[in-house]
Design a protein around this ligand. Structure first.
Ligand code: BG6
Ligand code: MG
Length: 214
């Protein structure tokens, strides 16, 4: 149980609400293979929560070729086109019962529910899984200039929903997101890949545990 007043829950999207993180990995891996750059799951974990262009810079750390800004934009676009092919196959069946039921329970208990995601595809993904109009506010890669670990995306999520940051918890699967949450003055809850992170205030093994936390 979190020992302070909580009025809002801000959810990361990729890897928390749904498992698009595996599609990010596949799309980056395909691109990396095409341009002959080594890429694996360990490198992929550094991309969690990080913007598309910053992710590309990490992928290209192993490249012998130096790319111009124009070429980098084209590579990022190529990865995104691949990624969107996976997203097009998503449907409400990709929202687990546990996530859906927990969200409904939190809402019925009066919490404001918002999204804080670095992704520019967040709106599309939410529509695909049947949550297009569900959240009280969505703050995503389209309304920020600084990606996680900068706190901007969460500060804006709280602002859009009229929430006091100190009364928000953030649910994250990325260390960059946990750091961002704390920099925003919020409580950082780790799930999934970030479970063991030193930056977490609290860690949960399953999404349903949120109902016991707040
Ligand atoms: C985050 C993912 O949610 O969104 C990152 O964790 C990704 O891996 C980032 O790079 C940007 O996503 P998009 O959809 O705008 O390319
Ligand atoms: Mg994530």
């Amino acid at each position: 149980m979190i020992n302070k007043k909580i009025t809002g829950v801000i959810f990361d999207l990729d890897g928390v609400i749904c498992h698009t993180d595996k599609y990010h990995y596949k799309a980056w891996k395909e691109l990396a293979d095409e341009i002959g750059v080594y890429f694996d799951e360990e490198i992929n974990n550094r991309l969690r929560g990080v913007s598309r262009m910053e992710s590309l810079e990490i992928v290209l750390e192993r490249s012998e070729k130096i790319y111009s800004q124009k070429e980098k934009l084209a590579l990022a676009e190529r990865k995104n086109e691949r990624y969107k092919l996976f997203l097009r196959e998503m449907s409400p069946a990709d929202l687990s019962d546990e996530v859906r039921v927990t969200l409904d329970e939190l809402r019925s208990r009066g919490f404001k529910l918002t999204i804080g995601s670095s992704s520019k595809n967040a709106g599309f993904i939410l529509g695909q899984i049947g949550l297009g109009d569900y959240f009280d506010a969505v703050s995503d890669g389209n309304n920020i200039t600084n990606s996680k670990p900068h706190p901007e995306v969460f500060i804006k999520a709280a602002d859009f929903a009229g929430l006091n940051p100190a009364e928000c918890i953030v649910v994250e699967d990325a260390e960059a997101g946990l750091i961002a949450a704390k920099a925003a003055g919020m409580t950082a809850v780790a799930i999934g890949w970030a479970y063991d992170s030193e930056y977490a205030d609290v860690s949960i093994k399953s999404f349903g545990e949120l109902n016991l936390l707040c």
